[in-house]
Design a protein around this ligand. Structure first.
Ligand SMILES: Nc1nc2c(ncn2[C@@H]2O[C@H](COP(=O)(O)OP(=O)(O)O)[C@@H](O)[C@H]2O)c(=O)[nH]1
Ligand SMILES: [Mg+2]
Length: 379
C-alpha cells in the first residue's frame, strides 16, 4: 500500500527545501554582495599555502619569504579577496534561518496537490493537509538545512490529523457482550466490496478470542451469496442463520438475534446485500434491517482500491444509516492509499481494519502510524 505515494512524496518534499534554499540565496544576493563559495583562485591560494608550510622548517626564512612572495604574485590579489569571502560566508553562516513565502508555498503545494490527487486522496483531505502545512511553514523561520525535516514533520502531523481515532473493535465486542448479549454488528457496502469475506474474518477473530458467533445471511438478493456464506460458516464452524433466496433480510437478522439470545451467543454478524447507495428502494431495505435488528455497530466495508468512489460510498452510507466504523478491504492490492488517507476525515468515522488478503487471518487493525510510516514520513 502507498507505494506510489511514498515515492512521489519524497520527491515533492525535497523540492520544498531546494526551493527554500534558492529563495534564501536570492534574498542574500539582494542584501549583500556575496560569493559564499570559494572561487578557484582562492582554492589555489590555500593549496599553495599548504604546500609552503612544510618547507618552513627546511629552508631559510629569506627563501621562504621569497617563495611566499612568488606565491602571492602568482595569485595576484586573490588572498585579499579570499579574506572578504571568508567574512561574507561567516555572515551567511550567521543567518541560521530561512523562510518560505506564501507565493512560493502555493507554487510548491501544486506539486504535492497533484501527487495527492493522482493517488486518490479526496479534495477535502487535501485542503486540510494544505491548511496544516501553510500554518506551519509559511513565513515561519525554518532552520537552514532542516527545511526538508520541517516539511516532513508538518506533513506527518497533517496526515495524522486526518484520522478519527478509533476503538479496539475486538475489545468493544468483548466489553459490550459482557454487559448485554448478543452484540449485533451490521455490515454494509456495495456489492463486491468484500463484506462477506470480511464477516468471515471477523467471525474468526472473535472465535479466536473465545466469543461465540452467529452469522445472519441477510443478503437474500442472490442465491450465491447465501451459498458463499454457508461455505465460510462450515469452514469456521460457525452457525449461519439463513432463509431462502429472496426472503426478507430483516427477518433473517431478527431470527439470528433470537437464536443468539436463546443460545448464549456473544455476537451476531449481519451480512447485507450490496446496496447501491443511489438506489432508494435498496437503501430503504437496509434501513429496515437496521430498524429491526437495532445493531450496536454498523460497519461500512469499502474497497480501498476504488479510491474516491470508496470515499463517496462511505459518505452516502453514513448519511443514509449512520456508520460507526470503516473496514477497507483489498488494501493489499491498493498501491495508492488515497481512500485510506481520506475516508476517515470525510466521514469523521474511524477506520477499524484493513483487509489484506483473502485468508481468514488477513485482517489488520488499522494504525495511523503505519500509514505515516508507509509514506516514508515516520519520525
Ligand atoms: N485481495 C483481497 N481480496 C479480497 C479482500 N476482501 C475480499 N476480497 C475478495 O473480493 C471479492 C468480493 O468479496 P465479497 O466478500 O464476496 O464481497 P461482497 O459482495 O461485499 O460480500 C472476493 O473474491 C473476495 O475474495 C481483501 O482484503 N483482499
Ligand atoms: Mg456478499
Amino acid at each position: 500500500m502507498f507505494g506510489f505515494l511514498r515515492k512521489k512524496l519524497g520527491e515533492v518534499i525535497s523540492k520544498f527545501s531546494e526551493k527554500a534554499k534558492e529563495e534564501k540565496k536570492e534574498e542574500l544576493k539582494e542584501e549583500k554582495q556575496p560569493a559564499a563559495k570559494p572561487t578557484p583562485a582562492t582554492e589555489k591560494a590555500e593549496e599553495v599555502k599548504a604546500e609552503v608550510k612544510p618547507r618552513e622548517k627546511e629552508k631559510e626564512i629569506k627563501e621562504e619569504l621569497k617563495e611566499k612572495k612568488e606565491a602571492k604574485e602568482e595569485i595576484g590579489e586573490e588572498p585579499k579577496k579570499g579574506f572578504f569571502e571568508r567574512i561574507t560566508s561567516a555572515v551567511t553562516e550567521a543567518v541560521t534561518t530561512t523562510k518560505i513565502s506564501e507565493a512560493r508555498f502555493d507554487e510548491l503545494f501544486q506539486d504535492l496537490e497533484i501527487t495527492l490527487l493522482e493517488n486518490n486522496v479526496a479534495v477535502e483531505a487535501i485542503d486540510k493537509i494544505k491548511a496544516g502545512l501553510k500554518t506551519n511553514l509559511v513565513e515561519k523561520p525554518l532552520q537552514r538545512g532542516k527545511v526538508e525535516e520541517a516539511v516532513r514533520k508538518t506533513l506527518r502531523s497533517s496526515i495524522e490529523e486526518l484520522f478519527i481515532s478509533g476503538y479496539d473493535f475486538k475489545e468493544k465486542i468483548v466489553e459490550t457482550a459482557a454487559v448485554k448479549k448478543p452484540v449485533k454488528v451490521m455490515f454494509v457496502g456495495i456489492n463486491g466490496s468484500g463484506k462477506t469475506t470480511t464477516i468471515a474474518k471477523i467471525a474468526k477473530l472473535l472465535q479466536d478470542n473465545k466469543l461465540k458467533v452467529v452469522i445472519a445471511a441477510s443478503d437474500t438478493f442472490r442465491a450465491a451469496a447465501i451459498h458463499q456464506l454457508q461455505e465460510h460458516a462450515d469452514k469456521l464452524g460457525v452457525k449461519l442463520m439463513k432463509h431462502d433466496y429472496g426472503a426478507d433480510p430483516a427477518a433473517v437478522a431478527f431470527d439470528a438475534i433470537k437464536y443468539a439470545e436463546a443460545h448464549g451467543i456473544d455476537a451476531v454478524l449481519i451480512d447485507t446485500a450490496g446496496r447501491l447507495h443511489s438506489n432508494v428502494n435498496l437503501v430503504d431495505e437496509m434501513k429496515k434491517i437496521a430498524r429491526v435488528a437495532k445493531p450496536d455497530l454498523k460497519i461500512f466495508v469499502g474497497e480501498a482500491i476504488t479510491g474516491n468512489d470508496c470515499v463517496e460510498q462511505a459518505r452516502k452510507f453514513n448519511e443514509a444509516i449512520g456508520i460507526d466504523g470503516i473496514i477497507l478491504a483489498k488494501a493489499d492490492v491498493d498501491e495508492k492509499g488515497g481512500a485510506a488517507i481520506s475516508v476517515s476525515y470525510v466521514t469523521q468515522k474511524p477506520i477499524l481494519f484493513l483487509g489484506t488478503g483473502q485468508g481468514y487471518n488477513d485482517l489488520s487493525p488499522f494504525k495511523p502510524e503505519l500509514v505515516v510510516e508507509s509514506l516514508g514520513l515516520a519520525a
